[in-house]
Structure formats: structure tokens, C-alpha cells
Design a protein around this ligand. Structure first.
Ligand SMILES: C[S@@+](CC[C@H](N)C(=O)[O-])C[C@H]1O[C@@H](n2cnc3c(N)ncnc32)[C@H](O)[C@@H]1O
Length: 280
């Protein structure tokens, strides 16, 4: 784990180790880089752009879906920090740094907020330094791990987060990369189990519903891509919240849940479900 923390915290441990060249296959699309392309970023290669455009050809609302997804992230983090007093975030499937990263939104409200980022992509690791720009009163850390390795994630998160206090577990636009054969519901349950009462689950998940091109887009996503897409129905997404109390307005298409400043993003036909739920 690599950390940046304020006074009294564990202290910076230097930059994260750079992945070897072997880890970078630029001829195959990677989810973090494809997402970066849809968001208008520059950290992507030809294979990522081609994969992204194949999806857009099937579902023209894809760019707007990604931008609305980021707006949901900011809205949900702001709601939890400002409305619910949450000061600890475990953000798995972080993605490449962009506008309104979790620690920036959280620390605007609570400068002492602590954020642990987790991702398994070597390119995200190389950009981790930008995610470690914590306010001196709070702290951020980066863990290089796969979502399936819940033991490693929880063990490393404990180095920075206090598990006796509420934590917001953020799984935004990542669970659809976990096929049913890898038990995504079991992974979420394992991550929620040690969290204190009053913790939250924040989820954004691709769906085959909501817009006609979504099933074809999900199919195309997996072509020449490191990951495949397991887009799920509303009822399948709802299962992730078993045993939790959904916060109003419940499971909604992205763009509907407390959208905040989204005036320039269309809110129809965006193929993602979003929700926030509290652990009783
Ligand atoms: C679509 S991006 C979403 C980024 C960010 N959560 C957001 O909502 O803007 C998905 C991220 O999840 C990461 N990811 C995909 N599968 C993963 C896994 N099994 N373990 C850890 N990270 C994963 C990718 O590398 C990528 O950075």
C-alpha cells in the first residue's frame, strides 16, 4: 500500500512501484483506458479508442453514460460526506484520475477524510500519485489489488481506515467486470461484512436495460478487451443490496439519483443503475 497522510497519520511511503513493461499490453483494450476515452481523457491507446467507438456505435449514449456516472460519484460522495458525516471511503475500481476524484469531493466537505483507492490496472498504478494528493488533515492510500482478492483489500485498508467507524464502500462501474462464475454477490458480502453499522454501499452498474442498444453494446465491449461485460438487470443489481437499507430514491437509472449539476448531460437512455444503501 502507498499512502499520503497528514500530521499524525502513518506518513508517506514514497511513490508506488512502477509496473514492468510486460504488464502493459497496448494492443488490447483495458477498462480504465476505455473509460478514460469516454470521459474525454488522453490516457488511452488505439485499441482502447477502437473498442470504445465500437460500443458507441451500438449505443450512442455511452459517452453521456460515463459522464453521468462520474456526476453520480460526486453526488453520492458529497451526500455521504455532507449529509451523513462519512469520513472514510474504500473506493475499489478507482480508474484513472479525472475531475472530482473521491478524495477531492470528500475532503472539500471533511478535510480529515481518509480514502483508500484500489485498482488492478497497471496504468492506474502509474497514475496513483495523482490520487494521493490528500489534504494534510486527511489521508489517501492506494492498493494494487483485484476486487476478487477481498482478503488483501481488507487487510491493507485496515492500515488506514478505522473499521470501528462507518466506511463507504464504493463499487462504481466495476462489478459488471465480475462474471457470475466469480461470485460478485459473495465478494460484496465479504467486503461489507466487517464494516461497522452505519456504513454505506455505493454502486453504479451497467445494465442491458434502459436503452435499446445496451445488449449489443455489452456484447461488443468484450471484443479485444482484457475484460468482458456482465451487464445486469435491475433485479440482479438489487441483489447486491440484500440486507441493506436503500437510501431514497432507491435504485435508479444514472442521472436520476440526486444528480447535482448535470445540466449538459442528457438523462434518458443511460444504461447504468445507481444506488446508495446503509448497513443497519
Ligand atoms: C469503468 S472504470 C470506473 C472508474 C471509477 N470507479 C468511476 O466510476 O469513474 C473501472 C475501473 O475498475 C478497474 N477494475 C476492473 N476490474 C477490476 C478488478 N477485478 N479488480 C480491481 N479493479 C478492477 C479498472 O481497471 C478500471 O480502473
Amino acid at each position: 500500500m502507498t499512502e499520503n497522510s497528514g500530521p499524525g497519520g502513518p506518513g508517506p511511503q514514497g511513490p508506488p512501484p512502477l509496473p514492468s513493461r510486460r504488464d502493459f499490453d497496448t494492443t488490447v483494450a483495458h477498462p480504465a483506458r476505455v473509460w478514460d476515452y469516454w470521459l474525454g481523457g488522453k490516457d488511452n491507446f488505439a485499441a482502447d479508442r477502437e473498442a470504445a467507438e465500437r460500443v458507441v456505435a451500438a449505443m450512442p449514449s455511452m459517452d453521456a453514460t460515463a459522464r453521468a456516472g462520474r456526476a453520480f460519484l460526486a453526488a453520492a460522495v458529497h451526500y455521504l460526506a455532507a449529509g451523513m458525516g462519512i469520513r472514510q471511503f474504500l473506493d475499489i475500481g478507482t480508474g484513472l484520475p479525472t475531475a472530482n476524484n473521491t478524495h477531492e469531493v470528500a475532503q472539500q466537505v471533511g478535510p480529515d477524510s481518509r480514502i483508500v483507492y484500489v485498482d488492478n490496472d497497471p496504468i492506474v498504478l502509474t497514475h496513483a500519485r495523482a490520487l494521493l494528493t490528500s489534504d494534510a488533515r486527511g489521508a489517501t492510500a492506494y492498493v494494487d489489488a483485484d476486487l476478487r482478492d477481498t482478503g488483501k483489500i481488507l487487510a491493507e485498508a485496515r492500515n488506514l481506515l478505522d473499521f470501528s467507524q462507518p466506511i463507504a464502500l464504493m463499487l462504481l462501474h466495476i462489478l459488471h467486470f465480475i462474471p457470475d462464475t466469480d461470485d460478485p454477490y459473495g465478494l460484496v458480502a465479504k467486503l461489507m461484512e466487517p464494516l461497522a453499522s452505519g456504513s454505506y454501499l455505493v454502486l453504479a452498474h451497467a445494465t442491458v436495460e434502459l436503452t435499446p442498444g445496451a445488449p449489443e453494446a455489452a456484447q461488443r465491449y468484450g471484443e479485444n478487451n482484457k475484460a468482458t461485460m456482465s451487464a445486469r438487470s435491475r433485479s440482479e443489481v438489487a441483489r447486491f443490496f440484500d440486507g441493506l437499507d436503500l437510501v431514497e430514491p432507491g435504485i435508479t437509472p444514472v442521472g436520476v439519483w440526486r444528480p447535482g449539476p448535470m445540466e449538459d448531460i442528457p438523462t434518458q437512455g443511460l444504461a447504468t443503475y445507481t444506488a446508495v444503501a446503509r448497513k443497519p
